[in-house]
Design a protein around this ligand. Structure first.
Ligand SMILES: [Mg+2]
Length: 329
């Protein structure tokens, strides 16, 4: 028996195909397990190193062992997510987010990807548009591309997510462009920093349940950063999404649609029902995986062992001892 089987009860690794390749992923793997508070999920992307994975493990354990914070709303408004796909597929993908008022579009450039924006606005002329660049531009590219986007589409943009990676570039960009800037990667690579000068380079913070280290850490992060937060997911299964929804639903202030509808990008899920999008919102509740769906998406045994070893390595490198002692406090 796996040595950590008692802490990670019923650990089950699933592999769910995605409908389109999204950030290079076409099959999403996740390790699901349950604790006294319910089911939880550990699913850092496979290329992430041990140090990056540690907050994800903390989040996963919190989800299984701690009850949720008080919720101040029972449903959460979500945004559609449009990956870089063939233009002909745009309506099919966007129709999977019924009622969404906002769409986040992954872009690499202006020349090709402005067509995605055009197609999204054809689908819904009232869409608020977010562009996510994942830090892919340097300052010059960002200035040129965003100048062109602004010229062609005007005021449709709610914000631009992580146009460049370097903080110094974001600062220059912020004083030059008419759009608001949201940071995502800049948060995850600086979790321990103080974010004292964050208002000089960003207007909005993208906050994710798992990479932040769970709800407690995410709330600390939101307070520390001091910018309006958009609660978002990291391509989680329904289990991880339910925790993201709880984080969003516990916020006293929530002024943006949340990036928590990414289940629509999967071919299927481990949850049978309960997380459907209705009128652009998803209801918040604890969910359990369905046994048949767990069977259907069960990962090959060598992948299961790989995930067990991944958890064991982080656990044995000091994390386990710290986590166990925190439970006694
Ligand atoms: Mg992002």
């Amino acid at each position: 028996m796996w040595q950590l089987a008692e802490i990670f009860n019923d650990l089950t690794v699933v592999a769910i195909p995605t409908r389109t390749t999204f950030r290079g992923v076409s099959v999403r793997e996740a390790a699901l397990f349950r604790g006294p508070a319910g089911w939880s999920e550990f699913a850092p992307f496979v290329e992430y190193d041990e140090k990056v994975c540690e907050p994800w493990l903390r989040a996963a354990l919190e989800g299984a062992y701690k009850t949720w914070n008080d919720l101040v709303r029972s449903e959460v408004a979500i945004n559609a997510t449009l990956p870089r796909v063939e233009i002909s597929r745009v309506p099919e993908i966007l129709s999977r987010f019924p009622g969404a008022k906002t769409v986040k579009i992954k872009v690499d450039d202006f020349v090709q990807d402005s067509e995605l924006v055009e197609a999204a606005l054809d689908f819904n002329p009232d869409f608020k548009i977010r562009l996510d660049v994942n830090g892919g531009w340097d300052l010059e590219e960002a200035l040129l591309n965003l100048y062109n986007y602004n010229l062609r589409f005007g005021k449709v943009f709610e914000y631009i997510e992580q146009p460049t990676l370097a903080i110094s570039d974001l600062k220059k960009l912020k004083s030059e462009i008419p759009m608001k800037i949201a940071i995502d990667e800049s948060i995850r690579t600086a979790l321990d920093s103080g974010f004292e000068d964050v208002k000089e380079f960003a207007d909005i913070a993208i906050i994710k349940w798992a990479p932040s280290g769970g709800a407690t850490m995410a709330n600390n992060l939101i307070t520390k950063i001091g910018l309006p937060a958009v609660i978002s997911s990291a391509l989680d299964t329904g289990i991880g999404i339910s925790h993201g929804l709880a984080l969003a639903a516990s916020q006293a202030e929530l002024n943006f649609d949340c990036g928590l509808a990414t289940l629509s990008l999967f071919e299927g899920d481990v949850i049978k029902s309960g997380l459907e999008i209705s009128a652009g919102t998803i209801k918040v509740k604890r969910v359990e995986p369905d046994t048949d769906l767990l069977d259907k998406y069960l990962a090959p045994q060598e992948r299961s062992i790989w995930w067990q070893e991944r958890i064991t390595t982080i656990w044995n490198n000091g994390f386990g001892e710290r986590w166990l002692s925190e439970q006694l406090d």
